[in-house]
Ligand binder design. Structure first.
Ligand code: ADP
Ligand code: MG
Length: 229
């Protein structure tokens, strides 16, 4: 079997700002290459906390986060950022597109921040993605000229532009109406299948967690169920 793209081993997370609150308790999770995993749980159950740990945006109080075969705790800040840029893509509930740039510029922003020139392969890759998500005719518009669903599709392209092995999506359809939600969800799942990219999709909406490879349920900071639908 291939190495997992990410492993959480015995993760505890305690927030200690004034009040000491333990939010995660002994969490274990492996995600295989190309696997589409839904993480479901009520609001406040620890989903975003878990995602931030997987995304190397936060550090656990106990346990290990293994990414690309390395223990994240042994990395310095530069190495963490590099791993984030090269291995991970992020999609949030809000699209965080920059209002003064058009869709193509927004989508290329991470490449530009990495110092890449938007030429040749990466340009073609993004053009293909833009076409796949149905934004070709909108690619020179500003974010405010697009619908919520279109904005979120642009955010998906931005997250996939560096061909990450794992995409982390925190309630990416939370601001969308039901129909648009289904379109955006299906798009992510199809992209994952076609491109062999693993997804960890956080949602409090169990109806989205049907056509996925695995559903992981978290309750009060503990993984209480894992199913393959
Ligand atoms: P979810 O994403 O499932 O809604 P979160 O991971 O955001 O849950 O939060 C889990 C629990 O941790 C909640 O009780 C929340 O109030 C608490 N929490 C989240 N972030 C912090 C923080 N920075 N400091 C203290 N408590 C936090
Ligand atoms: Mg959350």
């Amino acid at each position: 079997m291939n190495d997992p793209v990410i492993s959480l081993r015995g993760i505890d997370k305690i927030y200690d700002q004034g009040v000491r609150t333990q939010v995660l308790f002994g969490v274990n999770l492996d995600i295989a290459a190309g696997e589409f995993v839904a993480l479901v749980g009520a609001s406040g159950s620890g989903k975003s906390t878990m995602l931030n740990l997987v995304g190397l945006l936060d550090t656990p109080s106990a346990g290990q986060v293994l990414i690309a075969g390395r223990d994240a705790a042994t990395l310095d800040e530069d190495e963490r950022s590099r791993l984030r840029r090269e291995h991970l893509g992020f999609i949030f509930q809000s699209h965080y597109l920059l209002p003064d740039f058009d869709i193509m510029e927004n989508v290329f922003m991470p490449c530009r921040l990495r110092g890449e020139v938007a030429l040749g392969d990466s340009w073609k890759r993004v053009e293909t993605l833009i076409e796949t998500v149905g934004l070709s005719e909108h690619r020179h518009k500003r974010p405010h000229q697009l619908s919520g669903g279109q904005q979120q599709r642009a955010a998906i392209v931005r997250a996939l532009a560096n061909e990450p092995r794992l995409v982390l999506a925190d309630e990416p359809t939370g601001n969308l109406d039901t129909q648009t939600r289904d379109v955006v969800f299906t798009l992510m799942r199809d992209l994952s299948r076609k491109r062999g990219q693993a997804f960890l999709l956080v949602t409090h909406d169990p109806s989205l967690a049907v056509d996925v490879d695995r559903v992981v349920t978290i309750r009060d900071g503990r993984i209480v169920d894992e199913r393959r639908p």
